[in-house]
Ligand binder design. Structure first.
Ligand code: HEM
Length: 468
């Protein structure tokens, strides 16, 4: 049971809460890694963290994480997700049991590779806009992170709902503002337990802000759905090239009575939540890795040039041209290894769970940190902190277990948007590298991953930008 699992020493009753509460969030990955090394060296493949009366059990390697991620029964997410349920409901991300299984089956075809062509056309168009926008920073130092984040938001609004919010050029859109406020509220709630104390939450004004933001976000989606449904029913489906939006696919299921209007709203809002902060974090770290390693950046540039057959400004990036870049694939994988965009994955155990080494009790929370697993020196070597795309050389035999590399999680509840995300990362970075040279203004590891909803670069992505 829990007592037999090793954990970093804490204070009686409070456990590790005091230390963790004071730890800057960008130091959390190293803190976890340091203690994981102690646990592993003493023969444990789990460690426990105690926050007052709550235990978090952290699997430390592939052997420990595989049974839980592979489980078809332990699929219930942690309580932290409850906070966003008034917004995203119990859609694919937060539901469990039969509801989750039915939704997963219904939504899987929306990410079928045939559907991705239409999304890639959006990535291409929005990335071109991004490169145009960046022209004003030519020869200057700029933080690319907020810019990429806005572009990713434009991409997800277009892909999910067929709506343009133009976050890249305007901060005034009320929907964009509400999304930013929601991000802030979620972070405050997750990081600072004082917010869990209802009287404080009400008196600090956060409760009323929360209600206002939820209303703004859900009203927006409801209006888009109502409008689209009218067009859809009149047979006027707005086409994206020859493909349709995610919402249109859901409306088809609606016509077959498989999803109600509210079900559709839940899923669209789930994709809005899951689909832009994650990719902007992924893209940001790839750009950072390239900006810190100029020889790797040039190699990627040359590979893209060949794949796009020389390229001029009108060259469109398509699913076909993306296939021809194996080195760039390795660069993306290595970046997602070192800086997994989703810092923590949770499962709330519904039953006692036998890991082979321990029996973990029902009610405990399994806390999976992809960064901890992906920085295990026993798997990735003593140079695990170095950026080495050759670790993922496709011509070499894989010398790691698939569960040692889990940026998109694994098993039945893995990321349904993985292919969408990787294509978006590729297209956006390809456009930037094709048009600009980036040079970091500080050392690679001076920038750390801040554990927020996503792994955020705590010093931004500050680079000197130079037009090619
Ligand atoms: C770099 C980008 C992304 C990363 C690293 C990422 C990673 C993840 C991870 C770690 C999970 C949790 C799985 C678990 O609990 O075991 C997840 C779930 C999910 N992701 Fe992503 N994600 C990304 C982008 C996206 C995008 C673009 C979409 C949609 C357009 C998306 C939609 C979802 C959904 C709906 C789930 C819940 C799946 C389920 O529970 O069945 N993700 N993602």
């Amino acid at each position: 049971m829990v007592e037999s699992v090793w954990g970093p020493p804490g204070i009686p009753i409070i456990g590790n809460g005091f230390e963790l509460g004071r730890l800057p969030t960008w130091k959390l990955p190293q803190w976890l890694r340091k203690h994981a090394d102690v646990a592993l060296s003493e023969g444990h493949n789990y460690m426990k963290l105690q926050l007052v009366n709550k235990y978090f059990l952290v699997p430390l390697n592939a052997e420990a994480v595989k049974p839980i991620l592979d489980s078809n029964t332990e699929i219930t997410k942690g309580v932290d997700y409850k906070f966003i349920e008034p917004w995203i409901g119990t859609g694919l991300l937060t539901s469990t049991g039969t509801k989750w299984k039915t939704r997963r089956r219904l939504l899987t075809p929306t990410f079928h590779f045939k559907m991705l062509d239409g999304y890639v056309a959006i990535f291409d168009r929005e990335s071109r806009r991004l490169c145009k926008y960046l022209e004003k920073f030519d020869g200057k130092e700029v933080d690319l992170f907020p810019i990429v984040k806005n572009c990713a938001l434009d991409v997800i609004c277009e892909s999910a709902m067929g709506v343009s919010v133009n976050a890249l050029e305007t901060e005034k859109n009320p929907y964009v503002k509400a999304l930013l406020d929601m991000g802030w509220l979620l972070l405050q709630w997750a990081l600072n337990p004082i917010n869990w104390f209802l009287p404080f939450y009400i008196l600090s004004g956060r409760s009323s802000l929360y209600k206002k933001v939820v209303k703004e976000l859900t009203d927006f989606t409801k209006n888009v759905i109502a409008q689209r449904k009218k067009e859809f029913e009149s047979g006027n489906r707005k086409k994206l090239g020859n493909k349709i939006t995610f919402l249109d696919l859901l409306l088809e299921a609606n016509q077959e009575n498989k999803l109600s209007d509210e079900d559709i709203r839940e899923e669209v809002d789930t994709f809005m939540f899951e689909g832009h902060d994650t990719t902007s974090s992924g893209i940001a770290w790839i750009l950072w890795s390239l900006a810190c390693h100029s020889e790797i950046q040039e190699k990627v540039y040359e590979e893209i040039k060949t794949a796009l057959d020389g390229f001029d400004s009108s060259t469109e990036i398509t699913v076909e041209s993306i296939k021809e870049t194996p080195y760039f694939d390795s660069v993306i994988k290595e970046s997602n290894r070192l800086w997994a965009p989703v810092p923590l994955i949770q499962r709330d155990l519904q039953n006692d769970f036998n890991t082979g080494q321990y029996i973990l009790p029902a009610g405990a929370t399994i806390l999976i940190s992809p960064i901890v697993i992906q920085r295990n020196p026993k798997v990735w070597g003593e140079n695990y902190l170095d950026f080495k795309p050759e670790r993922f050389d496709s011509s070499k035999e894989k010398d790691y277990n698939p569960f040692d590399y889990i940026p998109f999680s694994a098993g039945p509840r893995n990321c349904i948007g993985q292919r969408f995300a990787l294509l978006e990362e590729k297209v956006m970075v390809m456009h930037i590298v094709k048009n600009y040279r980036m040079k970091a203004t500080m050392g690679f590891h001076e920038n750390e991953g801040q554990t927020e909803i996503v792994t955020k670069p705590h010093k931004g992505i500050r680079v000197l930008l130079e037009k090619r």
